[in-house]
Design a protein around this ligand. Structure first.
Ligand SMILES: *Cc1c(COP(=O)(O)O)cnc(C)c1O
Length: 251
């Protein structure tokens, strides 16, 4: 959704001094997970429109490499500048991919979910782009009636994005293709995408500013690499042995 908002902003002001982005999405959906498959299709549709637009193509590209695998991860992760760990706080969905990115020198933009919390503690809050609701705030927000409608109505950027998707801007051959996906965001939005959207947008603007200072960016990247050793599998296995398996060490 943010990629679409960014695309709309560049289109409206193509000569501004934009920090270029290549947004790489990868992942898989279980065969029966209809919403996930819709999202993957939408990313591919957005990529088609954005990458063939001569006005924006030097400032924004969208890529969805198919069949994400360990071999592909070995290429993508060391090449990444920014690791997007944007799962809703409390879902415990940020597990190990986030560690692989940080130890290979990518900075993280992320929520306080799963291992993001510990990564941020270890690399330092100044070397991590934090955004979004906490797990407690997520639980409270879900109790607010019509929370997603309120969040969308408070965010002109998000409104513009949802309107574009719903009107078929990315699926002109089938304008209604994403009607149910958009409806889901207006009506229920379990993952609080609408409620976190503006905070994510602000964090992305911080990222763009930071990226323009290569020395400062490299300093942050090196701090990530240097301080990520805690996540060593040796340490994790030793901890499992003593605390969970109650097994003695061979040494
Ligand atoms: C690390 C890895 C995962 C798990 O990533 P998470 O971000 O922890 O969910 C999945 N697939 C591949 C190929 C990986 O390398």
């Amino acid at each position: 959704l943010w990629t679409i908002a960014h695309y709309q902003r560049i289109s409206a002001d193509p000569h501004a001094d934009w920090t270029p982005h290549v947004k790489i999405f990868a992942g898989k959906a279980a065969p029966g997970y209809v919403v996930a498959k819709d999202i993957i299709r939408l990313i591919n549709d957005v990529a088609h429109v954005v990458n063939s637009d001569p006005i924006t193509r030097d400032k924004l590209r969208v890529v969805f490499p198919p069949n994400y695998s360990v071999t592909m991860a070995e290429h993508l992760i060391p090449a990444a500048d920014l690791s997007e760990q944007i799962s809703t706080a409390g879902m415990e969905a940020s597990g190990t991919g986030n560690m692989k990115f940080a130890l290979n020198g990518a900075l993280t933009i992320g929520t306080l979910d799963g291992a993001n919390v510990e990564i941020r503690e270890h690399v330092g809050p100044d070397n991590f782009f934090l955004f979004g609701l906490t797990a407690d705030e997520v639980a409270a927000r879900r109790e607010v009636p019509a929370h997603s409608r309120a969040a969308i109505e408070a965010s002109p950027a998000l409104q513009g994005v949802l309107h574009a998707i719903a009107s078929g801007a990315f699926s002109p051959d089938e304008p209604g293709r994403y009607a149910s996906l958009v409806d889901l965001l207006w009506s229920s939005d379990w993952f609080l995408v609408a409620s976190d959207f503006d905070a994510y947008d602000a964090a992305q603007q911080q990222v763009d500013r930071a990226y323009r200072d290569p020395n400062a960016w490299q300093k942050m990247a090196i701090a990530n690499i240097a301080r990520i050793g805690y996540f060593s599998s040796d340490r994790a296995v030793r901890e499992y042995m003593t605390e969970i398996w109650n097994a003695g060490s061979a040494r």
